[in-house]
Design a binder for this molecule. Sequence first.
Ligand SMILES: [Fe+2]
Ligand SMILES: [Fe+2]
Length: 231
Amino acid sequence: MATRTQSRPANSSRSGQSRSSSSRGKNSGSDSSSSSSTSGSSSRDRSAFSWGDNAGPLLGAALAGAAIGFAANYGRKALMQGMEAMTGDWDEILAAEHDMALGVLDKMLATDSTQTFKRKMLLMKLTHALDKHSHQEEMVVYPALRDANEAVDADHLEGEHGYIKTFIYDLNEMGPDSPAWLDKVREFRQLVASHAHMEEEDVFPRFKQELSEEQNSRITSLVNRDGFWMA
Ligand SMILES: [Fe+2]
Ligand SMILES: [Fe+2]
C-alpha cells in the first residue's frame, strides 16, 4: 500500500524512503536626583533623561504605535493559528506542514542559477516554516514520546532536525548562485521526505494509537499553542 509520503510527487528527488540511514549520525537609570542647582527649578537643570513638558503626547503616540504593532502581529498570528486549528489533530497539522515544506523544496529544485533572488526568498520561507515546525515537535511531541517510552525514536528524530538545520546553514553559506546549490537542495529534500515518512507512517501513528482522546486533544492544543507563538 502506498503510504502518504511515498505517494507524494517527488520532483526529481527520491522521496518516500523509509527511515533515513543513520549515516548522518544520526541600560540603566540616570542620575536624575541632581538637585544641586542653586538657581532652583530651571529646566536647564533637568537630567538629560528626564521627559520634557510636552512629552505626554509623544509618549502617547509611541505607546499607540506599539499597540498597533502588537495588534497587527497578534492578528497575523491569530489568522495563522485559526488556519492551523482547522486542520485537525496534531499529527494532521504536522503532516500538512511536511507537505508545505516539501512543496517549497520542489520549487527550489525548479530554479536555475540565474534566479538568485527567488532562491533566497524560497530558502527564507522554508527556514521559517521548518523553524516553527521543529519547535512544535521538539517542545511538545518529542517530549511526549519520551514520556511514553519512545525515547529512541524521539532522539533519532530530534537528531535529524540538527542535520536539517545544517542544510539550511550550508545553503546560506554557499550562496544561491553556487553550482552545487541544486545538488544540496536535492539531498536536503531527501532527508526531509524520509524524516516526514518516519514520523507520519511509523512513529506518530503508533504513539497516537496509545493516546486517550483527552491526551490526544491535549497534544493538539499544545502543538497549536506552540505554533501560535512561533508564527
Ligand atoms: Fe520532525
Ligand atoms: Fe515533522
